[in-house]
Design a binder for this molecule. Structure first.
Ligand code: TTP
Ligand code: MG
Length: 387
């Protein structure tokens, strides 16, 4: 059988592995990246800590309770950004088409002449040799399966899914293994009698479309391994169409409460403009300018359409914190959604991929209030407590 075309790579317990590499006393131990006794959440943890049930985004206090022998380590973002850059540099030496999708994750298009397994092994060896940390790789003929493959064997895994293996290896997986299917979508699918990826793959188009709009069709394509698998190298994105907003601060700040609120307000503005013009997009870009004018932009792309404020905010925020150097003062922030597609009933379509307790009617009400009384008329509780 032919080899896969898309290679997906994801570093193992990224921040924790870097700390274990740099501090030998942490090796083989349950390491929790976060602040012990703080009110914050866990950034990530070593595989040793995962055995105790510790997870990313879990409150630090809960992680401490679950794993009393866990060793908390404060995050060193600069170090992780540097390591990420090294990884991306290595990836670029294997393909001109590399799409980083987070600080420790990327898709690569590998040409037909290069056998997938050899390329993957070589990448894994080179990363291990030059950074002394491990990664997991998945290869398939499409992005969705490649990412699923990566997650099938972690840490230090290498998994290849051939096209003729999908019924055996992909279809028996629960729907939640598909990127974008959260708890809410899972429940809705369950009500339709859909539990496994194979169920979606065989489900009638019209019924999926009725419930989920265009994203229902997209979901079926994802399940079948037929969704778009283009790898967008940096600078190549099709973002002729985009909606974005920027905010320059009156006074440069490193206060993350203020930064979060600005990102929230920018995301709400962009979301409202998207919905008003009946567009939804795949890519969120966050622009960060430091006081010295040093500017960074980074983007994350989803295989589905989004237009909800919270999804935009969540994404912009995760991009921000993957780039931000703690303590550096910020002058300007920007949030943009691109890769836009005209969408008739976007609420219905995006509902499938959107895991929020906030109902569509609430979003609509907020939009119409802002329309009538201006942006500052409706401010969430989070904003009110600070501004
Ligand atoms: P992930 O790739 O999701 O996690 P991971 O690399 O730690 O572990 P895995 O082996 O399962 O891939 O995220 C990459 C890094 O991003 C992670 O090391 C820390 C950071 N991160 C956060 O700070 N907060 C989060 O909620 C998540 C999910 C990740
Ligand atoms: Mg990772």
């Amino acid at each position: 059988m032919g080899t896969g075309k898309i290679l997906h790579i994801d570093m193992d317990a990224f921040f924790a592995s870097i700390e274990q590499r740099d501090q030998p006393r942490l090796r083989g131990k349950p390491v929790i990246i976060g602040v012990k006794g703080g009110r914050g959440v866990v950034s990530t943890c070593s595989y040793e800590a995962r055995k105790y049930g510790v997870r990313s985004a879990m409150p630090a206090a809960l992680a401490d309770k679950k794993c009393p022998e866990g060793i908390f380590v404060r995050p060193n973002p600069k170090k992780y950004v540097y390591a990420s850059m090294k990884v991306m540099e290595i990836l670029h030496s294997y393909s001109s088409r590399v799409e980083p999708t987070s600080i420790d994750e990327a898709y690569l298009e590998i040409s037909g002449r290069n056998p997938g397994r050899e390329t993957a092994e070589s990448i894994k060896n080179e990363i291990k040799k030059s950074l002394d940390v491990t990664c997991s790789v998945g290869i398939a003929s499409n992005r969705v399966y490649a990412k699923i493959a990566t997650n099938m064997q972690k840490p230090d895994g290498l998994t290849i899914i051939e096209d003729d293996e999908k019924e055996e290896k992909i279809y028996p997986l629960p729907v939640s293994a598909l990127i974008g299917v959260g708890e809410k979508s899972e429940k809705m699918l369950q009500k339709m009698g859909i539990r496994f990826i194979g169920d979606i793959a065989e489900y009638p188009d019209d019924k999926l479309e009725k419930v989920f709009g265009k994203n229902g069709i997209e979901l079926k394509k994802m399940a079948r391994g037929e969704s778009s698998s283009k790898v967008c190298a940096i600078g190549e994105e099709e973002d002729a169409l985009s909606v974005g907003n920027e905010h320059t601060l009156h006074k440069d700040t490193d206060n993350t409460d203020i930064i979060d609120i600005i990102l929230l307000k920018l995301s709400e503005k962009v979301g409202r403009r998207l919905r008003k013009s009946q567009f939804a997009g795949r890519t969120v870009t966050c622009k960060i300018r430091y006081a010295g004018f040093e500017t960074h932009t980074k983007r994350v792309s989803y295989p589905f359409l989004i237009s909800e404020d919270e999804k935009i905010y969540e994404t912009a925020k995760s991009i921000f914190y993957s780039v931000y150097c703690n303590g550096k003062k910020i002058r300007l922030l920007g949030v943009t959604v691109s890769g836009l597609v005209k969408s008739g009933n976007e609420y219905n379509q995006t509902e499938l991929f959107y895991n929020s307790s906030k109902s569509v009617s609430v979003i609509k009400t907020i939009d119409s209030l802002k329309e009538r009384y201006g942006e500052s008329a409706v401010c969430r509780a989070a904003c009110l407590s600070i501004l």
